[in-house]
Design a protein around this ligand. Structure first.
Ligand SMILES: [Zn+2]
Length: 213
C-alpha cells in the first residue's frame, strides 16, 4: 500500500485541508486523468509500478544527488548498489543527460555533434571507470563520446592522460590501429565548466584497467 503522504502528494485534494476530506470521491476527475497521463495509470503512480518510465519526481531526485556529488571528493564506486529498478532507470537517464549537457552533445575525442533526423544527439555518456566495475555515476566519471569512440574507449584502444590528451594503445598488428593512432596526443573536447572535467582518479583507473601506464 502507498503511504498516506504519497496519496496526498499525488492527488492533492485541490488544496482542501486534510480533515475536510472524507474519501477519494472528492478528487477532481481532471486531476485523476492528469495523473493517468503522467504516470500511465493510477496504480503505477501510487505503487511505483512505472516499469517503463521513471516519474519526474524520481528523475529530479537522482538529478539532485548526481549534481550534488561534484561538491565533494569523488568516490570510485557507487556506495549504494541496490537501487530499485525505477531509481536506477532515473539515475541512468539523468547521468546521460547531464553528461550530454556538460559536453554540449559533442564527442570529447573527435568533436562531432551528430544528430538523428529527429534531432536526437548521437553522443553517449560513457563511464570512465566502467559500470561493469560498479564505477560511480559521478559527472567527473563521465565523458561524452560518439558511438565509435565510446567503443574505442571501452575496449581499450584509447585512454586519456591527466592533461586530457588522448593516448592510443600499441597494437599495431590489429585492424583499426592506424585510424586510432591518428588521435594520439590530441586534446579532449572538454566541458565548459571545469568542475565537470574528468577527474584524474577515474582516468588513472581507466588507464590501469587497459594497461596504459
Ligand atoms: Zn568521436
Amino acid at each position: 500500500m502507498p503511504s498516506t503522504e504519497r496519496v496526498w502528494e499525488l492527488v492533492g485534494y485541490e488544496g482542501r485541508r486534510r480533515h475536510d476530506v472524507q474519501g477519494f470521491s472528492r478528487v477532481a476527475s481532471e486531476r485523476v486523468s492528469s495523473i493517468r497521463s503522467e504516470h500511465g495509470s493510477l496504480d503505477s503512480a501510487l505503487f511505483d509500478r512505472d516499469g517503463l518510465n521513471p516519474t519526474q519526481e524520481k528523475i529530479d531526485q537522482q538529478k539532485g544527488s548526481i549534481q550534488q556529488a561534484i561538491q565533494s571528493d569523488p568516490e570510485l564506486t557507487e556506495k549504494e548498489t541496490q537501487y530499485i529498478e525505477t531509481q536506477q532507470k532515473a539515475r541512468n537517464s539523468t547521468f546521460r543527460n547531464l553528461i550530454r549537457e556538460a559536453y554540449a552533445n559533442t564527442c570529447a575525442v573527435c568533436g562531432t555533434q551528430r544528430e538523428s533526423p529527429t534531432g536526437a544527439p548521437e553522443v553517449e555518456a560513457a563511464h570512465i571507470y566502467p559500470k561493469s566495475e560498479d564505477g560511480s555515476d559521478d559527472i567527473r566519471n563521465g565523458i561524452a563520446l560518439c558511438k565509435l569512440h565510446h567503443w574505442a574507449f571501452d575496449c581499450g584502444w584509447i585512454s586519456v592522460s591527466d592533461n586530457y590528451t588522448i593516448l592510443v594503445t600499441t597494437a599495431s598488428d590489429k585492424n583499426g590501429y592506424h585510424e586510432m593512432k591518428q588521435l594520439e596526443g590530441q586534446s579532449l573536447h572538454l566541458p565548459q565548466d571545469e568542475n565537470k572535467y574528468p577527474h584524474s582518479m577515474f582516468l588513472e583507473k581507466h588507464r590501469e584497467l587497459h594497461d596504459f601506464d
